[in-house]
Design a protein. Structure first.
Length: 307
């Protein structure tokens, strides 16, 4: 079959059904009627000799052929869209483009102030939307274009998700300045650390922290007195109690700047906290996406990765 027999719009329909997982939602996204989308899918099925999607309830599940096609199709559509809309021209000074940036809360306070300071001179009309993204949805959101770039710790990822390291952090311990167990000590040792009650910061309702996993490796355990969702709240609690909290070093400096807390090295060997920049391969050549990746990379000194 020659490619000239296939209407390009059929691949747009294929991509949208794959993204939406439902004919009705795909029709709405494309501003088409449901029969029109169904007809386009029928044409593509006939041309490719494959059902492409199998109906399960109200959902449309992709066949193996569709899963093998979707990456190249999206990349081709993205390349064409970039060529038509932007060509090879992108001027950050005049662009009004909006970027959706996936950021965990702990990275917002560290990344957004220097980013916006830089953009107010380099790209004053750009709009940045910092959004929280569930890690299990990161791949699909980057692929669908609802997310332009994400910044997070090292994650398992499929081949179509590209990444580059940004920074390396370590864990530290935060205690109030006049903590009774630390008044006469120059530092914090493991036994003193384990003798205290701790705050575990996590978005999950259950499960250990990184430090708990490492403690278990050496047969030790600590007492968790509080589990909360945000490091800033944990630091506030620390300043008003004898609890300790363990957190990334760079954010500890930010979160405790106005608090009477002290920061100690964690008296336990733990893996480094590597932070990565993520994007989808279909935006690899997009001038705007490439520009933003470069801007974000500028915000992290090279020595943070040990280079």
């Amino acid at each position: 079959m020659h490619i000239s027999r296939i209407d390009l719009n059929l691949f747009v329909v294929l991509d949208t059904i794959y993204t939406e997982g439902n004919i009705t939602r795909a029709a709405k996204a494309l501003s088409l009627t449901q029969p029109a989308v169904s007809h386009a899918l029928a044409r593509l099925r006939d041309l490719l000799g494959d059902p492409l999607f199998i109906r399960q309830g109200s959902n449309m599940l992709p066949t193996p052929m569709t899963r093998s096609l979707i990456g190249p199709v999206r990349q081709a559509l993205q390349t064409l869209e970039v060529s038509v809309k932007h060509g090879n021209q992108f001027d950050p000074v005049t662009t009004r483009r909006s970027f959706n940036l996936g950021l965990p809360g702990v990275l917002e306070a560290r990344l957004l102030p220097p980013l916006m300071q830089l953009l107010q001179t380099q790209a004053p009309l750009v709009e940045i939307n910092s959004v929280r993204v569930e890690r299990r949805q990161l791949e699909s959101e980057l692929a669908a274009g609802t997310l332009d770039i994400a910044v997070d710790v090292l994650l398992q990822r499929p081949g179509e998700i590209r990444s580059t390291p940004l920074s390396r952090d370590a864990l530290v311990v935060v205690a109030r300045q006049d903590h009774p167990a630390l008044l006469d000590k120059p530092g914090l040792d493991l036994e003193t650390y384990l003798a205290q009650s701790h705050i575990l910061v996590s978005s999950r309702r259950t499960g250990p922290g990184v430090e708990d996993v490492e403690l278990a490796r050496i047969g030790r355990q600590r007492h968790i007195g509080l589990r909360c969702q945000h490091y800033y709240a944990a630091c506030q609690v620390v300043s008003a109690s004898d609890l300790l909290t363990t957190m990334p070093a760079h954010y500890a400096q930010i979160a405790n700047v106005n608090l009477a807390n002290r920061i100690y090295p964690l008296p336990l060997a733990t893996p480094p906290l590597d932070v990565y920049l993520y994007w989808h391969e279909n935006t690899e050549l997009d001038p705007a996406n490439r520009w933003l990746r470069g801007v974000l990379s500028q915000l992290f000194p090279a020595q943070e990765m040990g280079s």
